[in-house]
Design a binder for this molecule. Structure first.
Ligand SMILES: *Cc1c(COP(=O)(O)O)cnc(C)c1O
Length: 392
């Protein structure tokens, strides 16, 4: 099928929830994807910060295929070696001691909220304005953006929102009923917003003074994205609970909740479950992806190439008045334009670069961590040309 035929069938048979690019993808390798017509694109979206090890990584592909021939699903009525090995590996690379597996970021946040409520015996959750936590009823409630909630009420009670980066507002919002503060260490969908210096550390302090927990939503920031394995390490603040998904299994759907020993023990048999959670196939993919991140030094690459990429973007910032800001950490970068940037996404795609526009005016760059400097150069020169044309 060609792109047009695929788009026509989508229109006929798929619920029209997505504002998709007119592009049908067929294969990928590293940081490059090809459409069904055979055109290549440098991928600075990476399935929305998912394909950290790159597309079609042989180690991940082989692990999935081998496991699929052995055992795909068991339910959690039984043990599997794959699940305990992945839990052990996650504990080794993170500041946490216990894991629970689920299937997506929204589900990880739902579980994190349940765990915080169970541990504290309290119900209220303070979250951030401009945040994003998923699309289930509870996670749109936690999300601090009206557009995701409109038309989907009634929403669950107990959630309040404060401006991101404002410690005084958090301090005011926390009450004796607060179970946890839920925060992204870097706001992703919100437009690559880096918190003020020492904000996360102070936030944790305020939470603990009030017998509340702090939950980091690392669904987007996890697995090398910010130049450390987790953003909690980038910002040197250990939360009580971390929610994970996106890059955890190299593109295979999976989510997880990590917690301290003590908090993790609050979940007792029967408290929480997921039929597919931590299945052997997802865990095999997770093990292979994390091994790849470690073996190929992708965390260091993210840090170093992130600095390089950001410098290149900063040069564009110097040259073009239309660029308002360049920000980010590791390979989680954004440039804020002084106008909506959806049309720039089209222009860049036509030149063979995939990026996405978030928070209306922010071009987001979250490429596979295997992206090369040559590929980064190509992206920035295309961007230079696209912005140049806008100024003409
Ligand atoms: C993508 C994302 C989610 C939602 O993940 P899904 O797997 O789509 O449910 C939650 N939190 C953050 C920070 C995200 O970036």
């Amino acid at each position: 099928m060609n792109t047009e035929e695929i788009m026509a069938l989508d229109k006929d048979y798929v619920m029209q929830t997505y504002g998709r690019q007119p592009l049908a993808l067929k294969e990928g390798k590293g940081a490059v994807v090809w459409d069904v017509e055979g055109n290549p694109y440098i991928d600075c979206v990476a399935g929305i910060a998912v394909n950290n090890v790159g597309h079609a990584h042989p180690h991940v592909a082989e692990a999935i295929s081998k496991q699929a021939h052995k055992l795909i699903h068991t339910s959690n009525l039984y043990y599997t070696e794959e699940q305990v090995r992945l839990a052990k590996l996650l504990v080794e690379i993170s500041p946490h001691q216990k894991a629970f597996f689920c299937n997506s970021g929204a589900e990880a946040n739902e579980g994190a909220i349940k765990l915080a409520r169970k541990y504290t015996g309290k119900g209220d959750i303070v979250a951030m304005e401009n945040s994003f936590h998923g699309r289930t009823i509870t996670t749109i409630t936690a999300t601090g953006q009206h557009k995701y909630k409109k038309g989907f009420g009634p929403l669950p009670l107990g959630f309040s929102h404060v401006p991101y980066g404002d410690l005084e507002a958090v301090d005011d919002a926390i009450t004796e009923k607060t179970a946890a503060v839920l925060v992204e260490p870097v706001q992703g969908e919100g437009g690559i917003i880096i918190p003020p210096h020492s904000y996360l550390a102070e936030l944790k302090k305020i939470c603990h003074e009030n017998d509340a927990l702090v939950i980091f939503d690392e669904v987007q920031t996890g697995f090398g994205r910010t130049g450390e394995m987790f953003a909690s390490q980038t910002f040197k603040v250990t939360p009580d609970i971390t929610s994970l998904a996106k890059a955890i299994a190299g593109g295979f759907p999976m989510g997880a909740i990590l917690a301290s020993e003590e908090v993790g023990r609050a979940f007792e048999p029967g408290d929480h479950a997921a039929t597919f959670g931590g299945g052997p196939l997802a865990c095999a993919a997770g093990l292979a992806s994390i091994e790849t991140i470690k073996e190929e030094g992708l965390v260091l690459k993210s840090r170093e190439n992130g600095v390089y990429f950001k410098n290149e973007l900063n040069e564009l910032f110097q040259e073009h008045g239309l660029v308002e800001d360049v920000r980010g950490v590791g390979l989680m970068l954004g440039i804020e334009m002084d106008m909506p940037c959806a049309h720039m996404v089209d222009a860049m795609r036509q030149q063979g670069v995939l990026v996405n526009c978030t928070a209306e005016k922010v071009l987001r760059f979250v490429p596979p961590l295997v992206i090369t400097r040559e590929q980064i150069d190509k992206v920035t020169s295309n961007l230079d040309e696209v912005i140049g044309r806008l100024t003409d």
